[in-house]
Design a binder for this molecule. Structure first.
Ligand SMILES: [Zn+2]
Ligand SMILES: [Zn+2]
Length: 302
């Protein structure tokens, strides 16, 4: 099961009733955070989730509303006596940007590992999930992220018996591991059916609509997408500042055939995003004008 929380829904600056856009997920005792603007650690506190299991922090890009909360969060994680290494993932320049921010948080009781993305796409396998970063189109280098959890095929007891595989090895094969015993090799494909549908979540903000989003969001259970503007007359502004309107996000959701879309990264001038949701739903019915702290638990089907 994957817990997903959209910690905040604001763009540009935090407001008294709206934290900056950031996503937190929990899977198998490991947490992931994408983006960390000013106040993100307060949003995590409000949600009641723990800082301790955050093993990975990803950045879409280095505008202040997506990274300025990092030094404070690192200090808080240090105060909680974290010892395990923390992995940071982000576009080229990651180590330079984070080192500059860390002038005010120089001593931490844990190691920081950097994963700088220089290519158009990069895949990371870790903590039981797959994270794919893909380049989008903002006024600085920016990436979207897709998180996928695979699900192996059904275990076939009959085939396991047919191959005379000792029962003590079944659980390893079920986990996709190969087992060797006295010259005999047992592989998962001997006992597992075809892979079943897993879980897929895509998060993308601060970008114009792109083919890379369409391609990576394809079939997502949840697609979290920026919608900077709800007002239709602000479409030229979205083009100029390289953001999206609600309707552009809805068209992406429809074309990518996702199950559900949550809008986020609202302009500070947009006080009531839900006022525009009917027109969004006319394009893509399973759309939500998300509010801070919106949470879902995604499980494997059936
Ligand atoms: Zn932003
Ligand atoms: Zn930006």
């Amino acid at each position: 099961m994957l817990d997903v929380c959209l910690l905040g829904t604001g763009g540009m600056m935090p407001l008294p009733y709206r934290w900056l856009t950031a996503l937190m997920t929990r899977f198998n005792g490991s947490s992931l955070l994408i983006d960390c603007g000013e106040g993100t650690q307060i949003a995590i506190k409000e949600k009641g989730w723990s800082f301790k299991p955050i093993d990975v922090i990803c950045f879409t890009h280095y505008h202040g509303d997506h990274i300025s909360g990092l030094p404070g969060l690192l200090l808080t994680m240090g105060n909680a006596e974290r010892k395990e290494p923390l992995t940071l993932i982000g576009p080229k320049g990651l180590q330079r940007v984070v080192s500059a921010l860390r002038i005010i948080a120089p001593e931490l009781p844990f190691e920081i590992r950097y994963e700088e993305i220089t290519e158009a796409e990069k895949t990371f396998e870790m903590n039981g999930y797959r994270l794919k970063a893909f380049r989008v189109n903002h006024n600085v280098v920016c990436y979207g992220y897709t998180l996928e959890i695979d699900r192996a095929g059904k275990f076939d007891v009959e085939r396991a018996n047919l191959h005379h595989i000792p029962q003590k090895y079944w659980r390893f094969l079920q986990k996709g591991e190969t087992v060797e015993e006295e010259g005999k090799v047992y592989t998962p494909d001997m006992v597992l059916g075809p892979a079943r549908k897993g879980i897929k979540v895509t998060y993308t903000t601060d970008t114009r609509p792109t083919n890379s989003i369409l391609e990576h969001a394809k079939g997502s259970d949840l697609f979290i997408c920026e919608g900077m503007y709800g007002e239709k007359e602000k479409a030229p502004k979205a083009v100029e500042y390289k953001h999206m309107t609600f309707y552009e996000a809805a068209h992406l959701a429809k074309e990518a055939d996702v199950k559900e879309m949550w809008l986020t990264h609202y302009s500070p001038s947009l006080a009531y995003p839900e006022n525009y949701i009917d027109d969004v739903k006319a394009i893509f019915p399973a759309a939500v004008a998300a509010k801070d702290g919106r949470t879902v638990t995604l499980a494997f089907e059936d």
